[in-house]
Design a protein around this ligand. Structure first.
Ligand SMILES: C[S@@+](CC[C@H](N)C(=O)[O-])C[C@H]1O[C@@H](n2cnc3c(N)ncnc32)[C@H](O)[C@@H]1O
Length: 200
């Protein structure tokens, strides 16, 4: 298995012209609607992690306009059973993502809901990769519910844990209190993602 640091060093994923055009469109949209998307470095890291571990069933909390979803979807395209479920609380943002992700419609389920409320009644849904990128102050709440839905050998990744670490002190305290190990990968100069492996 490739180490997280090695995955971080990998070059940017090679996308088709159509995918690059779609990403560029969402980037320009981001400026208009003021949506904070993942950086391309973070997207690339998520892509390589998912491909390396051959994860297939992905859950994302916080869709926004679908920028990070594209990286997640591109990573699972070679896997026949690969599927992404992504949850967004704001209706207009959800509608925008639905349009933006139309070409992936067979591989993605978009949900417009509060992630916690929706996942509480998720029944026997299970995911092997969960990306948490919603309301930063609700990170602990989202982590606790995500953990229950994680398959054995799965991974949870949390975005913005450095820049917005001050918005999630309860999350860091919980990890410390419960001796939960994690790695922080500095995908950007001023920010990074937290990778939690071996949770179950
Ligand atoms: C940082 S943005 C997500 C960016 C996206 N992952 C990307 O990189 O393209 C956070 C999004 O989470 C949504 N959000 C906030 N709280 C939420 C919740 N409780 N459930 C679902 N979505 C939520 C916000 O409306 C916002 O669109």
């Amino acid at each position: 298995m490739t180490s997280l640091d090695q995955l971080h060093q990998k070059p940017a994923p090679q996308f088709s012209e159509a995918t690059l055009t779609l990403l560029a469109h969402l980037k320009s949209e981001r400026l208009k609607i003021n949506t904070p998307n993942v950086s391309d470095n973070t997207g690339g890291f998520l892509f390589h992690l998912i491909q390396d571990r051959r994860y297939r069933h992905i859950l994302e909390l916080g869709t926004a306009n679908g920028y990070s979803s594209i990286y997640l979807l591109e990573a699972i395209l070679p896997e026949k059973s690969g599927h992404l479920m992504t949850i967004e609380i704001q209706r207009d943002t959800y509608m925008r993502a639905k349009t933006n992700l139309h070409t992936y419609r067979d591989r993605v389920t978009l949900v417009c809901s509060n992630a916690t409320e929706f996942l509480k009644s998720a029944g026997d849904l299970r995911f092997d990769f969960i990306f948490i990128d919603a309301l930063k102050t609700a990170t602990l709440e989202h982590f606790l519910i995500a953990r229950k839905l994680l398959s054995s050998g799965g991974t949870i990744v949390v975005d913005d844990v450095v820049k917005f670490g001050n918005k999630m002190p309860d999350f860091y305290e919980y990890l410390e209190k419960n001796s939960i190990k994690y790695s922080i990968i500095m995908t950007d100069e001023d920010d990074g993602v937290m990778v939690l492996e071996w949770l179950c």
